[in-house]
Design a protein around this ligand. Structure first.
Ligand code: PLP
Length: 287
């Protein structure tokens, strides 16, 4: 099936979907984005992603390109045109096209772009059976990580370092030695006492939509939860570790900087939460 994208009011073949050279997303990373997963035809946590998009736009004093319900309709239509059953929609809004000048341009229309991607499997069987490895790197990002901007150079460098070390993800470590989050995921541990620990929302992390749903699912299941920072050392002595994001749900982490977490195998709490999320996401929003 042909691959379709959306650019400013038009559905276009993917290869022909382009934006202007003076788009502020291109020149200043002056834009925000969301990634929405479609799981067996269901839009996982779509409301949460739309809400966070509105928050990101408001934080940057950027306008919606169209009413939120219209943007949502376009997203659903793009998924339909691409025949997406399992995959994702990438949605980006920038402050628009204007002669290059740092200050906000006057009367510029925001750019709205969406692309669609099919996903054969959200996790490889060996990632679920053995878990994935992470490496730790200094968190060199800016001070407003709570805004989902397209300024992703630090995560690009971190992910590249992880890949070159044979790891799946990089865990970003603040100057105080605590793990903020992954380069494109939230970071979690389960203590040997069975307490689920993840960093509380603040300007230091992106408050993941998957993170919020996992916290609720954990609480509903009576799993004790502590929202607090943890160090790399604490993660290494924990019973379990995992990452969460729209595309990974909850994915077990079994090695940090080459050292095993817990017994070196995916943990029971992690896998139960992953399963709970999949069930919830498939029931949450009809396709
Ligand atoms: N943290 C960062 C830095 C991310 O880039 C992402 C997702 O891309 C997440 C956390 C997870 O957020 P979500 O669960 O909304 O995908």
């Amino acid at each position: 099936m042909a691959r379709w994208a959306y650019v400013n009011g038009r559905y276009l073949p993917h290869a022909q979907a382009t934006v202007h050279v003076e788009d502020r997303g291109f020149q200043f990373a002056d834009g925000v984005y969301e990634v929405v997963t479609i799981l067996d035809g269901h839009f996982a946590d779509l409301n949460g992603h739309m809400e966070r998009l509105g928050r990101s736009l408001a934080e940057l004093r950027m306008d919606w390109p169209a009413a939120p319900r219209v943007v949502e309709r376009i997203l659903r239509e793009l998924a339909r045109r691409n025949g997406l059953v399992n995959g994702s929609i990438y949605l980006q809004i920038t402050r628009g096209v204007a002669p290059r000048d740092f200050k906000f341009p006057a009367n510029t229309k925001p750019t709205l772009v969406m692309t669609a991607k099919r996903v054969a499997a959200f996790a490889k069987p060996e990632q679920l059976e053995q878990g994935v490895a992470v490496v730790t790197v200094p968190d060199i990002r800016w001070g407003r990580r709570d805004i989902k901007t397209v300024g992703l150079l630090a995560p690009v460098l971190a992910k590249q370092q992880a890949a070159e070390s044979g790891a799946y993800e990089a865990w970003l470590v603040d100057t105080d030695g605590t793990v903020t989050e992954g380069s494109s995921s939230n970071a979690w541990i389960v203590t040997r006492g069975g307490v689920l620990v993840t960093r509380p929302p603040s300007h230091t992390i992106l408050n993941g939509i998957t993170r919020l749903s996992l916290l609720r699912l954990a609480t509903e299941r009576g799993i004790p939860v502590e929202e607090r920072p943890f160090t790399v050392e604490e993660a290494l002595s924990a019973g379990e570790a995992f990452v969460s994001s729209a595309g990974t749900f909850a994915l077990p982490v079994t090695r940090i900087d080459g050292r095993p977490v817990g017994d070196g195998k995916p943990g029971a709490v992690t896998m139960a939460l992953r399963q709970a999320y999949l069930v919830y996401a498939k029931g949450s929003t009809a396709g």
